[in-house]
Design a protein around this ligand. Structure first.
Ligand code: PBG
Length: 340
């Protein structure tokens, strides 16, 4: 049915058309607009990413991500307290190891950088939800998210290692391992490893639909994790595929994921909406990735965009599309802006 002007069919239920219907009536004041607002942001929606590095007193700003720092473990207590005081419930940790090797030994070492960071944050802010990125690219000398053999990224040996990493994080006190390697069966392997190690109550956040995106560029500076040959398109998803994203999510749920994720966020709002509609029963996270942050930061620095407004608009759009929680480098700033 098409609605034509002057047609006897009104375009919406319960009313008639102009001049009886005037949508501007409810836009007349900030309070009235607040009353009818459909989507609201809260600091409780945010997960703040932290990059942890060896050393003492280290606070290195990431050149392509102004306002984002690589921090040493001794800097984390203060950082975690600040995050908590802003009402942000969770952090996600990324580690920069002392040395890289083909397997990434430090990834599952008791005294690895992330394991140390978990203990420091747990001590400083016991109630903080500590999520850990479970992947291999920061730890391996080849920079891929799995084991490499003759130029190929092997699946099944990689998921065994991811299971060891998740258990090692849980032992150090992490709350939620979040596998981001996009290996088939990674959630099942981690679930099995956690259960066998006595962590049956530890939930898993799957980076379920993670696309092979150029928007991760600045993150690879922050985490020193670019692949040394080729790219990630044999494991991360083709940006052109939406139906396949639903299959990825469906499989993560079947394998035992407790929270699902779409990543990146802004260029993939359609995927977030599809996931929300298709899988109403699970909490849905979206990762507002490094490139989404850096491009707005850069434009704001040039005076071309108002950072606060574009950031809050972006985060609202991600939530409106259906995300329950957002991993974002703006978490602290946005929490402050929301209090103003
Ligand atoms: C690790 C990982 C990446 C991101 C999160 N976990 C990088 C990648 O897959 O290359 C990207 C996060 C961001 O860009 O902010 N695999």
């Amino acid at each position: 049915m098409t609605v034509q002007s002057g047609s006897s069919q009104p375009p919406q239920t319960g009313g008639s058309v102009f001049p009886t219907t005037r949508l501007r009536r409810l836009r007349q004041s900030p309070t009235l607009r607040r009353l009818v607002r459909e989507t609201t942001l809260s600091p409780a929606d945010f997960i703040y990413p932290l990059f942890v590095t060896h050393g003492q007193g280290v606070r290195n700003e990431v050149p392509s991500m102004p306002g984002v720092y690589q921090l040493s473990v001794d800097m984390l207590a203060e950082e975690a307290q600040e995050v908590a005081s802003l009402g942000i419930p969770a952090v996600i940790l990324f580690g920069l190891p002392a040395a890289k090797d083909p397997v990434g030994e430090e990834n599952f070492a008791d005294n690895g950088i992330v394991q140390q960071a978990i203990r420091a944050i747990r001590q400083a802010v016991p109630e903080m939800v500590i999520i850990t990125d479970v992947c291999m690219c920061e730890y391996t000398d080849h920079g891929h998210c799995g084991i490499v053999h003759e130029g190929r990224i092997l699946n099944d040996p990689s998921i065994e290692i991811l299971g060891k990493v998740a258990v090692s994080h849980a032992r150090a006190g992490a709350d939620i391992p979040a596998p981001s390697a996009m290996m088939d069966g990674q959630v099942a392997a981690i679930r099995r490893a956690l259960d066998e190690a006595g962590f049956a109550d530890t939930p898993i956040m799957g980076y379920s639909a993670k696309f092979a995106s150029a928007f991760y560029g600045p993150f690879r500076d922050a985490a020193d994790s670019p692949p040394q040959f080729g790219d990630r398109s044999t494991y991360q998803m083709d940006p052109a595929n939406a139906r396949e994203a639903m299959r990825e999510i469906e499989l993560d749920i079947a394998e035992g994921a407790d929270i699902i994720m779409v990543k990146p966020a802004l260029p993939y709002l359609d995927i977030i909406r599809m996931a929300r509609d298709r899988f109403p029963g699970l909490p849905l996270a979206a990762y507002n990735v490094s490139g989404e942050y850096s491009m707005l930061k850069a434009a704001a620095r040039l005076g071309w965009l108002d950072e606060k407004r574009v950031a809050l608009e972006s985060l609202t759009a991600i939530k409106r599309a259906g995300a329950d929680m957002i991993l974002t480098y703006w978490a602290k700033d946005a929490a402050r802006w929301l209090q103003e």
